[in-house]
Design a protein around this ligand. Sequence first.
Ligand code: KG4
Ligand code: ZN
Length: 333
Amino acid sequence: MLILGIESSCDDCAAALVRDGETILSQAIHSQFDIHEPFGGVVPELASRNHLEKIVPVVETAMGDADVGWSDLDGVAATYGPGLVGSLLVGLSAAKAIAFSLGIPFQGVNHLEGHLTAIFLEDRTVSFPFLGLIVSGGHTSLYRVEGFGSYQLLGQTRDDAAGEAFDKVAKLLGLGYPGGIVIDRLSRQGDPQAFSFPRAMTSPKTLDFSFSGLKTSVRYFVQKHEPAFIQAHMADLVASFQEAVVDSLIIKLTQAVTSSQLRRIVVSGGVAANSRLRSRLGEVAETEGLDVHFPSPQLCTDNAAMVAAVGYRHLCMGISSPLSLNAVANLLL
Ligand code: KG4
Ligand code: ZN
């Protein structure tokens, strides 16, 4: 079964062709980096206008790269939430139009389900159940995953998402956008123990996260020191901030391992591309005997292959969406 997946929930316009939910034939992506970079964050109106311009060429590129024609498609899947409504509507409408005109099923996909199960596009050996952590620009949520379609929310952020903290701290320090990648890179030259920042919500009584206090403490740190000092210690500063985020995530994951008795962990979402999180969690896995999985960085960040894969599984179960399906900004999983 050949599925065209479309993802346009935020600032990436992406299309992918996936066969039988596991073989990626092509992935085309247009990043809006240049458009939002001057603003230090995503501007929703600019995002949706750019999706409108790019959606057709991106889909055509994905089809061409996979060397398939319209008549080869068995279904079309698109993200319908959560995300920016103006952006979601572009990919969703394109998917509906393609499916309607070809007379094939259309499937709306929850973006979070895409992230949570993206690992199966690369590693089919991961078995259920597992602890699934989504760390992205919009979410920091921990689930108990019993199987495809069976997701129990164990904890989530009470304020900022981890990726949001990266982006806001980078903006505060004038490092550009998107902050996670910049901070990840710069931190490699810094000392993660140079400065001490708080690790919030460390009590095992909750599996919720919090990152806004950490962001505020970086702001106070910047206000307390001379600009020359901040510039001279930038790598140490961001490495120390990043270490606090990584510690906070690892603390909650180890608490969740204890309370859930699950020893398998799958981490996904844009922040899962973070090199320090990947190496630190890898070390913890080794010493604690945990089975930890990360998709490759390209499948951690927003992509359409994960959307096609979820769409495939739903269509296999005989589930498809009505063409009246609307975009849902705060869709839950
Ligand atoms: O999953 P994603 O592409 O989009 C959302 O669904 O939000 O995640 C984007 C987020 C941004 O906040 C970005 O700064 C962060 O992921 N990110 C990273 C890295 N790459 C992307 N954060 C830390 N380290 C990275 N290497
Ligand atoms: Zn995402």
